[in-house]
Design a binder for this molecule. Structure first.
Ligand code: IPE
Ligand code: IPE
Ligand code: MG
Length: 257
């Protein structure tokens, strides 16, 4: 059943379905998932790692180009110290333990966010994994760590300002494509599909610039319950959307304007 769904989605069964190049996910609901089971919030974060593993695997299998996962926001630093420490410790383990499987699946790793705000031990491990996987040519797994979209845009503005002051660029050079080059997502296509789990319907300071024309998909499923079938359902929903980019839908030629 799941296999049929995968085939339909990837067009293997003869359909012309378009796979989104870039899927971004706001992985939300770990805490509530745990609390509903009368467990500490960290239990939910731990379970969420299994969902990450399965989602990365499925994304690679489906042939996505980029999977961006919102793992930790700039605002999440404000959570209790033990929760922050617990999440960082899970990240430490994940980033080392998954190296072999990511490598075997030809996955490359990139990050967006303020890596320098992470403890040195963690950022070192992240950089090591990036180096190990750097020559892979399959899925780009892009993890948002200590990420905030408003900060990303501010850093871009600061760097553009510096380049103008240094005479390297002119004010008139500033266009949307130009700004893209100053963002942490430089070189990545914008997300085609943005998924948020847990029933919340907000963006929470994620990729504000890059989602200008992304299709949004909200699911009530808590992140620790998110499995391949949920990713496939989101992609199927995406495949039924008509992206218009402000233009008119394609009309049959016989239709009067
Ligand atoms: C998302 O789950 C993970 C992070 C923000 C790190 P939450 O921890 O936000 O879970 P809820 O939203 O409280 O249920
Ligand atoms: C967004 O979830 C951040 C991540 C999933 C990493 P939050 O749980 O932090 O967002 P809010 O507080 O509900 O907006
Ligand atoms: Mg949350």
């Amino acid at each position: 059943m799941l296999n049929d769904m995968s085939k339909a989605i990837s067009g293997e069964n003869g359909s012309r379905n378009v796979i989104p190049q870039h899927v971004a996910i706001i992985m939300d609901g770990n805490g509530r998932w745990a609390q509903e089971r009368r467990k500490p919030r960290l239990w939910g974060h731990k379970k969420g790692v299994e969902s990450v593993r399965e989602t990365v695997r499925s994304a690679a299998e489906l042939g996505l180009k980029v999977l961006t996962l919102y793992a930790f926001s700039e605002e999440n630093w404000g959570r209790p110290d033990d929760e922050v420490a617990g999440i960082l410790s899970l990240l430490n383990t994940f980033i080392v333990r998954e190296r072999n499987e990511l490598d075997a699946n030809n996955v490359r790793l990139t990050t967006i966010g303020c890596l320098q705000h992470l403890p040195e031990k963690t950022s070192k491990k992240v950089r090591e994994t990036i180096d190990i996987l750097q020559n892979n040519t399959g899925l780009i797994l892009n993890i948002a760590l200590s990420y905030g979209a408003k900060s990303e845009i501010c850093y871009a503005m600061q760097n553009i300002g510096r380049d103008i002051a240094a005479g390297k660029v002119k004010i008139e050079d500033i266009t949307p494509n130009f700004v893209d080059q100053y963002l942490w997502t430089k070189g990545l296509p914008d997300p085609d599909l943005l998924i948020r789990t847990s029933g919340e319907q907000r963006i929470s300071n994620f990729l504000l610039w890059q989602i200008a024309y992304s299709e949004l998909y909200f699911t009530p499923v808590y992140w620790p319950d998110f499995r391949k079938e949920h990713l496939l359902a989101a992609i199927q929903s995406f495949q039924n959307r008509q992206r218009r980019y402000g233009l008119l839908p394609e009309a049959p030629s016989s239709m009067p304007l």
